[in-house]
Write a protein that binds this ligand. Structure first.
Ligand SMILES: [Zn+2]
Length: 208
């Protein structure tokens, strides 16, 4: 009895997952049309909303690296006294487009974003750990020769920490700098422990 019910739930949500993947990767205009359609289907509105939320969560856990507009991925690793913070975000979140830059203004926007990411001031580690910026790099495949439908920004920040054993908290300020980022999935490996969590504007601190 229980097994049957679980099986039914999985097959139901697998269909929703496929629809959801298309929905999440669509441009905002398409998303609006989608919402509108749902609003017209009064009888099924609640049921559908529930399915979408459920499928959404499963999608992230099974595919943590998926490119999703409005979301970013953050990896934090501490080994010895060296910490590495790596960010991947859909370019759409940061500059509002994902095609190769066509105007000098768009090139400037890309460079400005890369500079902000390189500065490494979009996150803070608890000061007791005594971490200082050692190296910082940021790049994007927006300017890559090969054109693709979707593009990302990447930032890799290296830090040297004087008291690595005391590294226990990180606050991510990216939500203020880049309002289009609504959710950041964080995966971390710190002092032999590992975990994952999700951050938002309302909850932007992760404890290790
Ligand atoms: Zn995209």
């Amino acid at each position: 009895m229980m097994n049957l019910r679980v099986g039914a739930a999985v097959s139901c949500c697998f269909t929703a997952l496929t629809i959801g993947a298309i929905f999440l990767n669509s441009a905002p205009v398409v998303a609006q049309q989608h919402d509108h359609k749902h609003a017209e289907q009064h009888e099924h509105e609640h049921e559908h909303e529930h399915e979408h939320e459920h499928e959404h969560e499963e999608d992230e856990f099974s595919n943590p690296g998926t490119h999703v507009h409005g979301e970013a991925m953050l990896t934090v690793i501490l080994e010895g006294n060296e910490a590495m913070v790596a960010l991947q975000s859909a370019a759409y979140n940061i500059v509002g487009f994902e095609h190769a830059p066509k105007t000098s203004e768009q090139r400037q926007e890309i460079n400005a974003a890369l500079n902000v990411l390189r500065e490494g001031k979009w996150f803070e580690i608890n000061p007791q750990a005594g971490c200082d910026l050692a190296e910082a790099d940021a790049n994007t495949d927006l300017t890559a020769e090969v054109s693709s439908t979707h593009s990302d920004f990447y930032a890799n920040i290296g830090l040297i920490c004087q008291q690595p054993a005391r590294l226990n908290e990180m606050t991510v300020n990216l939500f203020n700098l880049v309002p289009s980022v609504q959710k950041i999935t964080v995966q971390w490996v710190i002092n032999g422990q590992q975990g994952a969590t999700e951050l938002s504007l309302a909850s932007n601190t992760v404890s290790f």
